[in-house]
Design a protein around this ligand. Structure first.
Ligand SMILES: Cc1ncc(COP(=O)(O)O)c(C=O)c1O
Length: 396
């Protein structure tokens, strides 16, 4: 039996109102400058631990210059879908750049990472097909599966035995694909690509990886999960966003030319919806170029990741299996998580809590993101704040 819409609205809004009254509503905060390593929030400068600006590109002079030039040349939008109103050269250039960056034959872009997963999954897979996903894959993958009409099954997070069990028992489907996140966005751990790709090959199943949090982060040159594991061409469909390391907006699929052509001719979010504005395409091209031309950004990020992760861990916090720029501070109980968030925000760290239903009730957490532009002082100051707060609340 469903519940009345008013009741449903009431339930959600009441929870938010309760947190606002307690002073523990940390979401939707107004930030008064670029989302760099220090931000001004509530009139106070704080160390930014909530941004996906992993490589610090958000206000890079080359990206700003590319943006200004694109606005001067193309104006502010496209005023129509690319299929019917014409496409700009800058959109095509971006797709060529992404294909080169990912070592793929071709690429297609969409208006967001979320839309990209929906577009690719619903266009490629239908009734009589099987999609196998990790239990904690991103919501946009799950939503894509639900919309596609294909059968979908989950396996226990990063558990190769469970994945093989699902593959073994899945016979009679026309097409099969495994879809995983490269870096898991709530946990900061990495998909077991060697294991998954071995099983995909053994069971003649395609493989798609969402690289929203691995581009610019994984691999010595930031090219992502295949580089991280020293593997080549084991992923059939590379998905990524242009809204995190690449500080623009949009998403992409890179892969074989025939798949990309099919998506151009068949995916509804490409045919029935306008693209990202040319300015965002130009910024994204410049960002991919900077990643390749300024490798020290990735190297410094890796150093920062290690310093912060080891620091948080040595304080006694539970960070699960994180080895990336996303470092969860798993507190457990929701109330304690909110208290910790309140204290560290008051002391000068900007961070948000992640609660149920985004994660299970007993694993409520704060999710910290390490950036290449964090200085050693930023990291040490943040660790100090977490030490004092954790001790005062008896979490560590
Ligand atoms: C793993 C993953 N995939 C896809 C998305 C969606 O990307 P976008 O914000 O560009 O829509 C996100 C966003 O947080 C993500 O974490």
């Amino acid at each position: 039996m469903g519940i009345l819409l008013e009741e449903r609205i009431g339930l959600v809004n009441k929870r938010a109102d309760r947190l606002k009254k307690n002073g523990t509503f940390f979401w939707l905060k107004t930030i008064e400058n670029a989302s760099q390593s220090r931000v001004v929030v509530d009139n106070k400068e704080k160390i930014m631990l909530a941004s996906y600006n992993y490589l610090g590109l958000i206000d890079h002079p080359k990206l700003k210059e590319a943006a200004i030039k694109a606005i001067e040349k193309y104006g502010t939008g496209t005023s129509g879908v690319r299929f019917l109103s014409g496409t700009t050269a800058v959109h095509k250039e971006l797709e060529a750049k992404i294909a080169q960056f990912k070592g793929a034959e071709d690429a297609i872009t969409y208006t967001s990472g979320y839309v990209t997963n929906l577009a690719a999954i619903t266009s490629l897979f239908q009734k009589d097909d099987l999609i196998i996903i990790d239990k904690i894959d991103h919501a946009s993958i799950i939503d894509g599966c639900m919309l596609s009409g294909a059968r979908y099954k989950t396996f226990l997070h990063n558990d190769m035995q469970r994945l093989e069990n699902v593959l073994k028992e899945s016979v009679g489907f026309v097409n099969k694909i495994i879809i995983v996140d490269g870096v898991y966005s709530m946990d900061g751990d990495v998909a077991d690509l060697p294991g998954i790709s071995r099983l995909a090959k053994k069971y003649n199943t395609m493989l798609m990886v969402d690289e929203a949090h691995s581009i610019g982060v994984l691999g010595n040159t930031g090219h992502g999960i295949e580089e991280h594991f020293g593997l080549k061409n084991v992923v059939d469909i590379h998905m990524g966003t242009l809204s995190k390391t690449i500080p623009s907006v949009g998403g992409y699929i890179a892969g074989k030319k025939d798949i990309i052509d099919y998506l151009r001719h068949n995916s509804r979010p490409f045919i029935f919806s306008a693209p990202i504005p040319p300015v965002n395409a130009a910024v994204a091209i410049a960002a991919f170029e900077v990643i390749e031309n300024e490798p020290e950004r990735v190297h410094n990020l890796h150093k920062n990741m290690e310093r912060y992760r080891k620091g948080i861990q040595s304080l006694g916090y539970n960070i699960g299996n994180s080895i990336t720029a996303i470092v969860p501070i798993i507190v457990g109980e929701e109330e304690k998580t909110l208290q910790l968030c309140k204290v560290v925000n008051e002391e000068g760290v900007f961070i948000c809590p992640i609660l149920h239903p985004a994660v299970s009730k007993e694993t409520s957490r704060l999710r910290s993101h390490v950036l290449t532009n964090h200085t050693l002082e930023d990291i040490d100051e943040a660790l100090d704040i977490f030490e004092k707060a954790g001790k005062s609340l008896e979490i560590i």
